[in-house]
Design a protein around this ligand. Sequence first.
Ligand SMILES: [Zn+2]
Length: 317
Amino acid sequence: MTADHVTDVMDGIVRFTFALPLGIDHVHCYALRGQDGAWTVVDTGLGVDDARERWQLALRRLDAPVERIVVTHFHPDHVGAAALLAALTGAPVLQGAIDYVQCVRTWGPERSSERLLAYMREHGLPDGEADTLRSENEALAGLVHYVRDPTPLEPGDRLDGWEVIHLPGHADGHLCLLRDGVLIAGDALLATISPNVGLYPEARPDPLADYLESLERIVGLAPSVAFAGHGETMTDPVARARELIAHHHERLERTREALADGPGTAYDVSLALFPGPLGPVLRRFALAETRAHLEYLVFRDELSRIAGDGLVRYRRP
Ligand SMILES: [Zn+2]
């Protein structure tokens, strides 16, 4: 509880910070004051055991009711407490259509950790790590309480003057809000870490290309400030977007270099790109991110993909 903070970050924008028991230690959710005084809450945190109590305390800091809840994307630290917060406030949850489909597939009753594991194994994840991944994934699913059949939110919609913007890459259906140069960025732009851009089964095939386009879009929109799902507020979002574009081009170069001595799986390449011991969840992110870089190069004929012995490998032409 002690790590939870409420901060007035701008006139009419309140930031709630909740501690997280994940690789990343906190998440920010925001409340935006609307024209009639009521609040729109953006993102909900992880549905941990005491999420309801934490929100109850946090909501005391708002001087008017919550009229709607917007989910930027379906990752557990953003959508996890949506149902709890909806029950607490009586407010509807708004979520993008693409995002909701992936949310149900990932966390719903029909979810299959086996599909993700088969995919990870095919790309070289050793069996031992795959087993840990399965149990961690199931434990995480228990902390996600999304809302069934949310109110659909579409790019271009307006909420109290905020424009809904689709900035895919970190998640296919990632939505942000923009008004008067203020970007509520979710995880589309983060100050000190590079948002994970991973390739997963049944998702858009070239998420890194999507993300690079989203970053160019941010440069074009030129917001003056960006409030993100994690870390510091960005007072020069355009510079940060440019930095991330350069970062991914440098990572692409290292991806090519990692295959200089012969073909390798995405797992092999991930060990070169993300050296050092990583827990199973972080290794999964590393593997999915490496695949996004590898497939980006395959789409541009700079690498080819070969299958055999139940493994997918990549090689330089
Ligand atoms: Zn996040």
